[in-house]
Ligand binder design. Structure first.
Ligand SMILES: [Zn+2]
Length: 281
């Protein structure tokens, strides 16, 4: 059987596996090759840390080699699922600074209500690094975060990818799919995500089973530094991941085989044909 290749874009060193680790496990089990490309995997380019970065680092409990440890956590978690990784060299938002050296983000809340118009240079940088590192033609499908929760780095990844797509062959539009951002979907702070972020797509359900969920949970456990930041305890992570399978279940899946549905969001065919110039507005 010919191996098909699948690409998952991840804002940070954990997002793709927390959100889609179960689906990645299924793709690999079926004999496909999966690559996870993490955009904000670079080092802090400055010697000092902002107050916000210091607070977050304390939660990581990693000492000084924060990003190299996080990259190795990612490699280990991806290897457990049988996926490989690409790490781009761009610093995440807590390390970025304005031209006057002040931190771009000073408070945690600011990460979730950013003005994307101020992030245009970063979007350009992401397009440039993505297009240098990724050869789209190799992939059967490319999965992109919807941006649920509106974390600035997640939105930058989505916008950069879409801007990049606008400049190339429309044929790639058939390959693009979006995924729901976990754990943010379950914080339930982004009540309008369906209309704001997913209205233009149709939902397709992939059938997964308990074995895929277990593989994902085992992989998430390997992101040790992230657990204190994202969940109160390991148990609350288990509970949330289990809840996610229930909220996305329907009567056809919640049977004794413990199957559940994993939603992906794809462009409506009309929209693709419109972009291709086959039909007009
Ligand atoms: Zn993230």
């Amino acid at each position: 059987m010919t191996k098909l290749r699948y690409l998952f874009l991840s804002a940070h060193l954990d997002d793709a596996i927390i959100s889609c680790g179960d689906y990645i496990s299924k793709l690999v089990q079926e004999g496909n090759r999966v690559t996870i490309a993490t955009v904000f995997a670079g080092e802090n380019p400055f010697k000092s840390l902002s107050m916000l970065a210091r607070i977050i680092h304390k939660k990581f409990n990693l000492g000084s080699e924060v990003m190299s440890i996080r990259r190795s956590e990612d490699l280990t978690a991806a290897a457990l699922l049988g996926a490989d990784c690409v790490h781009l060299n761009i610093p995440e938002c807590i390390y970025r600074r304005n031209p006057d050296f002040s931190p771009s983000y000073r408070k945690l809340e600011e990460l979730f209500r950013a003005d994307l118009s101020l992030e245009q240079p970063m979007i350009e940088e992401v397009i440039q690094q993505l297009s240098a590192a990724i050869h789209l033609a190799e992939y059967e499908q490319i999965y992109v975060p919807l941006g649920i929760g509106r974390h600035v780095d997640h939105l930058i990844v989505r916008h950069a990818f879409e801007r990049w797509m606008d400049t190339i062959d429309y044929a790639y539009l058939y390959k693009i799919a979006y995924y729901e951002d976990l754990p943010y979907k379950h914080y339930q702070l982004d009540v309008n995500w369906k209309t704001d972020l997913a209205n233009q797509f149709v939902v397709t359900a992939i059938c997964l089973s308990r074995v895929h969920l277990i593989a994902k949970i085992r992989a998430i456990e390997l992101y040790k530094s992230q657990q204190r930041l994202l969940w109160n305890s390991r148990f609350s992570m288990y509970k949330q991941m289990l809840k996610n399978t229930r909220t996305s279940a329907d009567e056809n899946y919640s049977n004794k085989d413990r199957k559940y549905r994993f939603n992906i969001y794809i462009n409506k065919r009309d929209k693709i044909r419109m972009k291709a110039g086959e039909i007009s507005d």
